[in-house]
Ligand binder design. Structure first.
Ligand code: AMP
Length: 358
């Protein structure tokens, strides 16, 4: 595996806050970062002078970007697979197009989980209203209809409680290929953020318990409350997924936790092929942050320790106007405030987060 020595350059596809925090971690290790994104107003562009502003299919721009960097990664999973396949001809891309292709497709994700003997919600692909009605009759209700691709933070999802909801739910998918999922009566939602190195080393962070508001992550608390060996099982499922995808870098696997006879049972919900919002607590609550860990993995450095530095860590997202409280948060003893430098606090927009440790 190509190792990137200090002074080398990591190319990052995407210019959001994850790219910004990856860049900060890379800089601490003496590495440079080159951001490739489409919009001049992206938060990662504030923290590095090396940038390419171009479309995902601009081959001349992609080639020049590849030539300017040692290794490529991405911070955004809706980068077209074709973009990554093009770059792979010129530079190592970590993780690669295989992982990206599976993580972009909810049906492929679920089949992968099932192939690896992990459980998921019941599901079926849906391509028309007639098919949706037939699947509802087979699967039963309640259920959730989601676009198979390009959904995030609850976008492209519709809950179906009664058969008569089907038409509106299908209309909300705007004719895109979709997946019908049986509604999971979960007790909690947890995620495993973990790194896999180029040598196959696998290092998971503590399992995190996630609370959503309006489909957007609100708080992430580590360690998650889970019965018996369920935390180790969540990490093991994540390892099997990472191995099956030949993964290099940090990934997150989101799970639903169901309670059966007092025992927790895991269903895989989603795979994120990147650093993840539920791992932001690691910046202040783990020996190595998820951002540094990802940079270490893609640069083929040894992975760092993922041990927690305190018994408990809580991350709270600052969504939209929440960020107006920045001065009082900054005054709170022990609160670690992270702001993304976005100018406009639109509703639902992730503006920053606060980590409270211990
Ligand atoms: P997703 O985009 O798949 O992560 O879904 C966003 C959120 O919607 C999840 O974190 C859950 O809170 C909820 N959700 C998604 N799918 C299901 C399901 N099959 N059953 C119950 N809740 C769900």
């Amino acid at each position: 595996m190509t190792q990137v020595a200090p002074g080398g350059t990591i190319g990052i596809l995407g210019g959001g806050q994850l790219g910004r925090m990856l860049a900060a971690a890379a800089h601490r290790l003496g590495l440079k970062v080159h951001i490739y994104c489409q919009d001049a107003d992206e938060p990662a562009l504030d923290v590095t002078p090396h940038r390419t502003l171009a479309a995902w299919d601009d081959e001349a721009a992609l080639l020049a970007f590849a030539n300017a960097v040692d290794v490529v990664t991405f911070e955004f999973e809706n980068v077209p697979v074709a973009t990554v396949e093009f770059l792979e001809k010129h530079r190592p891309v970590r993780p690669g197009s295989k992982a990206l292709g599976v993580a972009q497709d909810r049906i492929k994700e679920k089949w992968l989980a099932r192939d690896l003997k992990a459980m998921t919600a019941n599901f079926a692909g849906v391509g028309s209203l007639e098919e949706l009605l037939a699947r509802i009759d087979q699967m039963g209700l309640p259920a959730i209809l989601k676009t198979n691709r390009f959904g995030y933070d609850g976008k492209g999802q519709a809950k179906i409680l009664e058969r008569s909801d089907a038409e509106a739910a299908w209309a909300a998918m705007q004719n895109q290929p979709s997946i019908l999922e049986g509604f999971v009566p979960f007790r909690s939602e947890v995620s495993v953020v973990a790194a896999r190195g180029g040598d196959g080393a696998f290092v998971p962070f503590a399992v995190t318990e996630n609370v959503h508001r309006n489909h957007i992550l609100h708080t992430a608390t580590a360690p998650a409350r889970l019965s018996g060996d369920v935390a180790a099982e969540a990490a093991d499922i994540t390892r099997r997924i990472a191995e099956a995808l030949d993964y290099v870098g940090v990934l997150a696997v989101e799970f639903f936790v169901l309670a059966f006879d007092g025992e927790d049972v895991l269903y895989v919900n989603e795979i994120a092929p990147r650093v993840h919002n539920s791992g932001h607590w690691t910046q202040d609550g783990a020996v190595t942050s998820q951002f540094e860990q990802h940079i270490r993995a893609v640069a083929s450095w040894p992975l760092g320790s993922a041990a927690m530095t305190a018994p408990k860590a809580v991350m709270t997202n600052l969504i939209g106007d929440d960020v107006a409280a920045w001065a009082s948060l900054a005054a709170e003893p022990g609160a670690h405030v992270h702001l993304y430098g976005k100018r406009e606090a639109r509703p639902g927009r992730k503006m920053g987060h606060v980590n409270r440790i211990g």
